[in-house]
Design a binder for this molecule. Sequence first.
Ligand SMILES: *[C@@H]1O[C@H](CO)[C@@H](O)[C@H](O)[C@H]1NC(C)=O
Ligand SMILES: *[C@@H]1O[C@H](CO)[C@@H](O)[C@H](O)[C@H]1NC(C)=O
Ligand SMILES: *[C@@H]1O[C@H](CO)[C@@H](O)[C@H](O)[C@H]1NC(C)=O
Ligand SMILES: *[C@@H]1O[C@H](CO)[C@@H](O)[C@H](O)[C@H]1NC(C)=O
Length: 759
Amino acid sequence: MTRSKIKNRPLLSLVVAVLGFFWRTITASSNGEYLIGVGSYDMTGPAAGVNMMGYANPFQTTAGVHFRLRVRTFIVAESSQGPRFAFVNLDSGMASQLVTIKVLEKLKTRFGGLYTEENVAISGIHTHAGPGGYLQYMLYTIASLGFVQQSFDAIVDAIEQSIIQVHGSLKPGSVFINQGDVENAGINRSPSAYLMNPEEERARYSTNVDKLMTLLKFVDGASGKSIGGFSWYATHGTSMSKDNKLISGDNKGAAARLFEDWFASASTQSPSHSITNSSSSSLDVGDELIKKAQRIKATGGKLCGPKTSQGFKVRKNDGSLFVGAFCQSNVGDVTPNVLGAFCTDSGKPCDFQHSTCDGDNQRCLGRGPGYPDEILSTKIIGERQFKQAVDLFMSATEQLTGKIDYRHVYLNFTNIEVDLHGKNVVQTCPAALGPGFAAGTTDGPGFPGFQQGDKKLSERWIKLRDALKKPSQYQLDCQYPKPVLIDSGEKFDPYAWAPAILPIQILRLGKLIILSVPGEFTTMAGRRLREAVKETLIGDGSGEFDNNTHVVIAGLSNTYSQYVATFEEYTQQRYEASSTLYGPHTLSAYIQEFKKLAKAMAKGEPVPKGPSPPDLSSEIIRNQVGPVGESPPPGVNFGDIKDDVNLPKSGSFAKGERVNATFWSANPRYDLLTEGTYAVVEMLQGKSWISVYDDDDLSLYYKFKVDKSGYYGLANLEWEIPKEAKSGVYRLRHFGSSRKKKDSPNIYFTGASSSFAVS
Ligand SMILES: *[C@@H]1O[C@H](CO)[C@@H](O)[C@H](O)[C@H]1NC(C)=O
Ligand SMILES: *[C@@H]1O[C@H](CO)[C@@H](O)[C@H](O)[C@H]1NC(C)=O
Ligand SMILES: *[C@@H]1O[C@H](CO)[C@@H](O)[C@H](O)[C@H]1NC(C)=O
Ligand SMILES: *[C@@H]1O[C@H](CO)[C@@H](O)[C@H](O)[C@H]1NC(C)=O
């Protein structure tokens, strides 16, 4: 008896140990490894008359909304007191230094020292279809004729709101990581520059762009439900062209819309259009539907409240929405126009070295997969990213565990000394742009008369350049072989033309390392940076990092400083190299400084703060030419129909057809209707109208213009009836706001079209 008791003791303790192990595993997975939260907020800026950021085309000004722009944020924390970071993804062209500065000020006021420059990353998706004027350096506000306060405020407020939402919702949960290739969503737009890189280096990669998508899946610990997915993948937001005037998140914004809607319809909290129960109208067919629709006429414009349109939203942002974000990476030389670049006249491929047609940069244009329909291209490239994200999301099993950590430093890129493997010491230069920058790209040609790869400036351009700012001899030598066309780094009147101080940052979530870079790294530049950081972490670490450490680049983060090409690509001076601001050793400087951060992280040491970037908000030029008050024509109310729906002869619309109606309206800049909508498709269900699509949907377009008289605003709503729309009775509804005079209070209005049948 005694003996057997003794004999069984090891067995008993083994059982206890095993049970304990399972218990810990169960509790760990049900509580989760971290505190996590995701959230989003509407950041749609002014939808009329504001220059779009990206192509620097002064004629590309907003004139409506294809779909709204959102901020999407996640926060992870080790515990309520432990280390944490916030990652903010903006549906904007890029991050902006001034936006970052103002957001951090607001966060300091609200949360004390919890969220700072060190542990907040703000990254742009690089859409070229968002309102501009929110950057502080002179060069980036020339096309927008100065700073646009309304664009800026929309972004800053939305970031703050999203962080408040996520901070308030932090709960125990788990994060899973998964990786896989996205096919056919990006090709290299400067393949001749890529070929400048050493052969043995290129031989290590099967393609001249990175296809890898890295996805994080966030799972709530208590319920086991997924709450969000964030992915990084490199492709330009240039599916929409430089002639587009509708606000759009381009392919990444579209991917996010598709991902979030997919999740909603796959779970129970569907947006109403995917669960709409057509039982009330399913008995009606053909003629009956048409008769029913004919009885309901346009409502006429009515006044409503400032927030009425929010009640008509299909996806109401109550903090419980699934958040799906598509973040940017080393995007520098990657175009979504995957069919290649062709001459607009001959249809032949453009010149390989210079992307011109008989020396003309204007006629060489990239084609998206939906060519010539750029909206279709946007959807297709969005869909390709969305589909891979869903696959990765569904099959993610690798759970992230371990420390949360971060390092951040500001660097003055004007003259960083770079030690090239102990061989010699070189320097970065004050910022400058060359003629290859002026040439633009195959996604959007720039100034006529320039070519990518130009290494000489004509006498005429040298004279013009010197009239603006004559570069120092030091600068000319430093930037060589880039001929300096715009000496932005040496021009300070009326205030700095280009950034000198740049932030770089490393965020760590267990085995995931995120590198926040303030620009657009080319494919090979990104590969070199990732590899250098990974090697440093593994080599200098305590064994916490290994070959399974995942390093991703978060492009266009925290501020914006254009491009970063490799030294070899720089010698060719195509667009990306010519836009590499700080000279031939820009990338080497980044690698050197990132290695310092990585080393400090691996060793658990602090890093210096570095020089703070300037806040130019009191100096920037403001040219607010917002609307100054307006009224509808005599005898008409805002929201009245001008042109009712274009009923076809058959009396009803078929799926795939376009319905449109035009309302008397006012400039959308009186109120951005944040988290509300300018446009709704309503469906009759029983006796009530239910919102089934709004201006977050890819199928519904809101276009604003001024009528022929030049006085009166018109809102055109156009609905491309989706294949999955239910048969039934529908109508279009518009929301808007106005002001009688510049300083009078806003009024808000709405109106609905006559109804129509879809069968
Ligand atoms: C839709 O209607 C059918 C038939 O009336 C009903 O069985 C079903 O539960 C309804 N579905 C939803 C999502 O309301
Ligand atoms: C960056 O460094 C340059 C060269 O030392 C210096 O002239 C400049 O004032 C610095 N810029 C800022 C914003 O500190
Ligand atoms: C590290 O991982 C990569 C793929 O992720 C693989 O190709 C390489 O062989 C691995 N290296 C080592 C040393 O295990
Ligand atoms: C919009 O409706 C008008 C008639 O009101 C019609 O002439 C026009 O073709 C329609 N546009 C589209 C894109 O369907």
